[in-house]
Design a protein around this ligand. Structure first.
Ligand code: ATP
Length: 236
């Protein structure tokens, strides 16, 4: 469904990503693991159309070349990003934040259906629909951010460090929700610090080091690879 090949990103003279290729299929959860500054956020930003890419980059979504499209057009192609820090509107209610997600042309006809899906996935959001987003807890705000992205009816949901700042218990619940979302047929591409938890839920993983992919395997294989364990899971 999403196929990225030879992706490059530069910030001035600094090469942040070079020759990065990755793919995500329908219903699949892929995680990108890497140290701070490896280029993970730049990768998601580039795929979302927020960060410019170098010549030679090719991003294909559902068979269509979408390489140079702006972010709002990427949403129309079915790519939604939940940014690090969530990016929700604190002064708006939960329901208003969710409604903002359904402005995409592709989303409008099914807005009611998607809202039911989001409220079914996160019943807390339904209970608190009139509450200002800024007064929600960290975990609830993450639900709002994911819900808003889902409202655009994406084929691929991308998440930048979704468990950041969440307790271990809430992180576990978050990953359960991601598994439910994938089981509905959405593809998920996420960047995570929490390597162990994300690999337990993911189907496949990519390892990224200083802007290049240095490994790719199924999540179970990565979890039992001692080199991966020591480099990304913080174990010896
Ligand atoms: P982290 O986990 O710390 O967020 P990351 O793997 O997501 O890191 P990126 O944020 O993609 O990494 O950054 C990759 C490299 O590009 C880093 O060296 C970073 O300093 C640099 N970089 C990112 N954004 C910019 C920018 N707007 N201008 C200049 N350099 C940038």
């Amino acid at each position: 469904m999403l196929e990225v090949s030879n992706l490059g990103v530069r910030y001035g003279r600094h090469v942040a990503l070079e020759g990065v290729s990755a793919r995500v299929s329908k219903g699949e959860i892929c995680v990108i693991l890497g140290a701070n500054g490896a280029g993970k956020s730049s990768f998601l930003g580039a795929v979302a159309g927020l960060v410019g890419t170098e010549a030679g980059t090719r991003i294909v979504m559902n068979g269509k070349d979408v390489t140079k499209l702006d972010a709002h057009l990427m949403v129309e192609e079915g790519i939604a990003l939940v940014p690090e820090g969530r990016g929700i509107f604190g002064e708006l209610t939960v329901a208003e934040n969710l409604r903002l997600g359904s402005h995409a042309r592709r989303a409008k006809p099914d807005a009611g259906k998607m809202l039911d899906f989001v409220y079914g996935l996160f019943p807390r959001l339904a209970e608190r629909r009139r509450q200002l987003a800024q007064t929600m807890s960290g975990g609830e705000q993450q639900m709002v951010a994911i819900g808003r992205a889902l409202m655009s009816k994406p084929d691929i949901l991308m998440l930048d460090e979704p468990s950041l700042g969440l307790s271990p218990l809430l992180s576990k619940e978050l990953f359960k929700s991601l598994a439910t979302i994938a089981a509905e047929g959405f593809g998920i591409l996420l960047v995570e610090q929490n390597a162990r938890l994300s690999l337990k839920t993911a189907d496949r993983g990519y390892l990224i080091e200083t802007g290049r992919i240095v490994g790719e395997d199924t999540a179970p294989n990565l979890l039992k690879d001692p080199k991966v364990m020591s480099a990304y899971l913080g174990d010896a």
